[in-house]
Design a protein around this ligand. Structure first.
Ligand code: TXA
Ligand code: MG
Length: 333
């Protein structure tokens, strides 16, 4: 499903940065150095580019991604900063600190990039190549670590090449990264009653964060601290998006009162008014389907139907992650 690409490895420089920004603008994938580890970047506002990024990493699920920005004003367009978040960003950005914050209303970041959560992870990296790329591109760049799913994070361009050659457009080789571990992740959310919570230890030590805050950090449950994609205490941080409407998976027909989430040709005999159907990809393309998944679910959820019938989605390529999300959304009720 993922086309084989001729991955180029390029030395940083004005031409490389301009070229990489153009690749991002065209929906392509660019691996670039940050001060922590190499990131695999895509245009945060382009759902299909984000879907291609998940496909390149071979992720069986859509973990929410960090939106990288040039500076605090750019981050404020994506996320709502409370006083603690302002303090942390002022003291520690640019740098290896990621903040998980309420999503700003009207943010242009693709739903898929945040797994349709109402929170978003943002970070301003401190690396000349990452900063030059963000400046040239002029929009947020989502970037997970540039490794295949299940592998360790890459700290050299060679690591990235070993994992992702043939799956991405370009690797900017900025030499070994300085910090070598991923960014520290801190959540500042109203749901944790204003207590900043350490979600993932990383490049900024806890003491530096507590010094900037002027108080102690709360700890996430052990499972969440190990890897921030685990759910936190119920209600504190939703682990995934769930519609209010019941889902009926692997539907091969449409029953009275149902709306339909289709993929490819709709089920035989299903004739619903157009406004009761959303098709993830009429041409049966799983990348397009992933890009549309959360926005289509939201649109159907808003119709107030009894049930959303979901046709079977092929369990291959990004279909595995789509089915993972659908199963979670269905189980939530
Ligand atoms: O140093 C880093 O953070 C590197 C460089 C490239 O910036 N990036 C990185 O990304 O480590 P990734 O995707 O490998 O790890 C990001 C973590 C994931 O565990 C993800 O679940 C978590 O951040 N995360 C992202 N958005 C979140 C959110 N809204 N709530 C909770 N956790 C979130
Ligand atoms: Mg990672």
């Amino acid at each position: 499903m993922t086309a084989i690409l001729a991955t180029r490895v390029a030395r940083p420089g004005a031409a490389t940065i301009a070229d990489a920004a153009a690749i991002l603008a065209a929906g392509g994938l660019v691996a670039f150095p940050t001060e922590t580890v190499y990131g695999l970047g895509a245009d945060a506002t382009n759902g299909e580019a984000v879907a291609r990024l998940y496909a390149a990493k071979g992720r069986p699920a859509f973990n929410p991604l960090i939106a990288h920005v040039a500076d605090l004003p750019a981050a404020r367009r994506l996320a709502r900063f409370d006083a603690d978040a302002e303090r942390l960003a002022a003291a520690l950005w640019p740098g290896p600190l990621t903040l998980v914050l309420p999503k700003a209303p009207g943010s242009l970041v693709a739903e898929l990039a945040t797994s349709a959560l109402d929170t978003i992870a943002v970070r301003a990296p401190d690396h000349p190549v990452a900063r030059a790329l963000l400046d040239a591109f002029g929009k947020p760049i989502v970037a997970p670590s540039a490794n295949r799913s299940g592998h360790v994070s890459p700290t050299t361009a060679e690591h990235v090449e070993a994992d992702l050659a043939g799956r991405i457009d370009v690797i900017i080789d900025g030499g070994p990264t300085k910090v070598g571990v991923e960014s520290t992740i801190v959540a500042c959310l109203p749901a944790s009653l204003g207590e900043p919570v350490l979600l993932r230890p990383g490049g900024v030590p806890r003491a530096a964060i507590e010094a900037a805050l002027g108080r102690k950090l709360a700890d996430a449950p052990a499972s969440a601290a190990a890897e921030a994609d685990a759910p936190l205490a119920p209600g504190m941080l939703a682990s995934h998006y769930a519609p209010r409407t019941r889902l009926r998976l692997n539907a091969t027909d449409v029953r009275p009162g149902e709306v339909l989430l289709a993929f490819g040709a709709p089920p035989a005999g299903a004739s619903l008014p157009a406004d009761r159907v959303r098709n993830l990809s009429p041409r049966g393309d799983l990348i397009e389907a992933a890009a549309n998944l959360f926005s289509h679910l939201r649109a159907l959820d808003a119709l107030g139907a009894t049930t959303i019938a979901v046709v079977p989605i092929p369990h291959e390529g990004l279909g595995e992650a789509i089915n993972d999300r659908l199963a979670r959304a269905a189980a939530e009720l």
